[in-house]
Design a binder for this molecule. Structure first.
Ligand code: OSB
Ligand code: MG
Length: 382
C-alpha cells in the first residue's frame, strides 16, 4: 500500500532556518488558584519564552522551568545563562538539526534549555512548511486524552469538591498530590466518594524507603499509579519499592533522558513513565523514550508544568506520538489562567477529549497584546 502523503523527512535532516531575530521574553501569569505540592506552592507561572523570527514567520517556544529549583534543578535564570552563553551560539543557518543536537550534547544536562531551542526550531520549520507540528514529527492527528492534576488542598472537603468538579467536567483521570501526613486518609476519602474513577497520586519525592509500610497502605485503593514516591534523584530504590508494592510506580523527576528511562526499565523501577518534554531535553528524546517504553509494555503519558498555552500546545502535539497510551496532565486552560497568552484555550469535548488545534505549527495564535501585558522582561538577543 502506498502512503497518502510522503513521509516527513527525518527530523535530523531538517536544516536550521536563517534566524533574522531572536528574543527572550519572560511573562508572569497569575494562577486562578495557588498550586500546592509537597515541594512548593506556586501562585503564578513565570515562563521564559524564546521568540524566533525567520523570513517574516514568528515562532514562540516556552521553557518549562520555573524561577526556582524546587521541582527541577534548572531555573529560568540557569536557562537564560545556558541559552545565551552556550546553546544559541551553536545554532547556525543551514546546519542539519541532527548536527545541532550533536553540538548540544557537548553541554551536559540542561535539558529544559535544550528543549526550548529544539522546540522553537521545530515549531518554526513546521510553520514555514505549513504543517501542524505533529505532522512534522511524523504522527497522524488523534484526539488527546485529558487528565487533571489537583494540588494539595487545605481540607478533605476542598479536595472532594475539586475532584467532583473534575469528574463533572469529564476528565479521563484525576491525579491528586500527596505528601507525608496528607496521604492515606485523603485518598480514602476520595475513593469512598468516587469508587470508580481513574485515580492516581503524585508525591513529588516526599517519601523514603523507611516509609515502605506506610506506602503499602495505598495498595488498597486501586490507584492507577503512585508518581515519584521517592527522591527526585533516585532510580534504584524505586526498583526495590516497585517489588514491594502492588500499585504501579510512575517516575517523573528521576527521568531526564532515554538513558535514565532505559536504566529504570532494566531495573524494573516503574511500570509507567511521565514524559515531560522539557525535562527530558525536547520532543525528539520524548519520542524515543515513548518508543522504548512501548517496546517494553511500560505505560507513558505526558506530564505538564502548568505551562501557558504555548507549552500546553506542544504537549498536546507530542501526545500523538507512538507509545503515549495513558491520560496525562493536559487539562483545560481555565484550570490555570483567567486569560492565557494564546487563543484558543484548551477545552474538553463532550467525551472529555482534547482536539489538536488545527493549522500550521502549534495551531494556536500567540496574542501580542497579552504578551506585552504579561511581560516582566524582554531581551533582544539577535
Ligand atoms: O509533579 O507533575 C508534577 C506541576 C508543576 C511541577 C511539577 C508537577 C506539576 C503538576 C501539574 O503535577 C501538571 C500540570 O497541570 O501542568
Ligand atoms: Mg509529578
Amino acid at each position: 500500500m502506498t502512503p497518502k502523503t510522503n513521509p516527513p523527512a527525518p527530523l535530523e535532516n531538517l536544516a536550521v532556518p536563517k534566524l533574522d531575530r531572536i528574543d527572550l521574553v519572560t511573562v508572569k501569569l497569575p494562577f486562578v488558584a495557588p498550586f500546592g505540592t509537597s515541594v512548593y506552592v506556586w501562585t503564578d507561572k513565570e515562563a521564559l519564552l524564546l521568540r524566533l523570527v525567520s523570513g517574516g514567520v514568528t515562532a514562540w517556544s516556552e521553557c518549562v522551568s520555573d524561577p526556582d529549583p524546587f521541582y527541577f534543578y534548572e531555573t529560568n535564570g540557569t536557562v537564560r545563562h545556558i541559552l545565551t552563553d552556550f546553546l544559541l551560539p551553536l545554532v547556525e543557518t543551514g546546519l542539519p538539526l541532527g548536527e545541532l543536537w550533536a553540538r548540544f550534547r557537548h553541554v551536559r544536562g540542561h535539558g529544559m534549555a535544550k528543549a526550548t531551542v529544539e522546540n522553537g526550531l521545530l515549531i518554526l520549520i513546521a510553520l514555514q512548511q505549513g504543517l501542524p507540528l505533529h505532522e512534522l514529527l511524523g504522527f497522524p492527528a488523534r484526539k488527546i486524552m485529558s487528565g487533571l492534576s489537583i494540588g494539595l488542598k487545605e481540607s478533605p472537603a476542598q479536595l472532594l469538591a475539586a475532584v467532583e468538579r473534575a469528574v463533572d467536567r469529564g476528565y479521563h483521570r484525576i491525579k491528586m498530590k500527596i505528601k507525608k501526613g496528607q496521604d492515606v486518609e485523603w485518598v480514602r476519602a476520595v475513593r469512598a466518594r468516587f469508587p470508580k474513577i481513574r485515580l492516581m497520586v503524585d508525591a513529588n519525592g516526599d517519601y523514603a524507603m523507611a516509609d515502605l509500610d506506610h506506602l503499602r497502605r495505598l495498595d488498597e485503593f486501586d490507584l492507577m499509579m503512585i508518581e515519584q514516591p521517592l527522591s527526585y534523584n533516585d532510580i534504584y530504590e524505586h526498583s526495590l519499592l516497585q517489588k514491594a508494592v502492588k500499585t504501579p510506580i510512575c517516575l517523573d523527576e528521576s527521568i531526564h533522558s532515554l538513558a535514565d528511562a532505559s536504566t529504570a526499565l532494566a531495573l524494573g523501577a516503574c511500570r509507567i513513565i511521565n514524559i515531560k518534554q522539557g525535562r527530558v531535553g525536547g520532543l525528539g528524546e520524548s519520542i524515543r523514550i515513548a518508543r522504548a517504553c512501548a517496546e517494553r509494555g511500560v505505560g507513558v503519558w505526558s506530564g505538564g508544568m502548568d505551562e501557558t498555552g504555548i507549552g500546553r500546545a506542544v504537549n498536546i502535539h507530542l501526545q500523538t506520538a507512538a507509545g503515549f497510551n495513558l491520560p496525562g496532565d493536559t487539562s483545560e486552560t481555565s484550570n490555570y489562567f483567567d486569560e492565557d497568552i494564546v487563543e484558543p484555550p484548551v477545552v474538553l469535548d463532550a467525551e472529555g477529549f482534547i482536539a489538536i488545534p488545527p493549522g500550521p505549527g502549534l495551531g494556536v495564535t500567540v496574542v501580542a497584546e497579552r504578551i506585552l501585558k504579561r511581560a516582566v522582561s524582554w531581551e533582544r538577543l539577535a
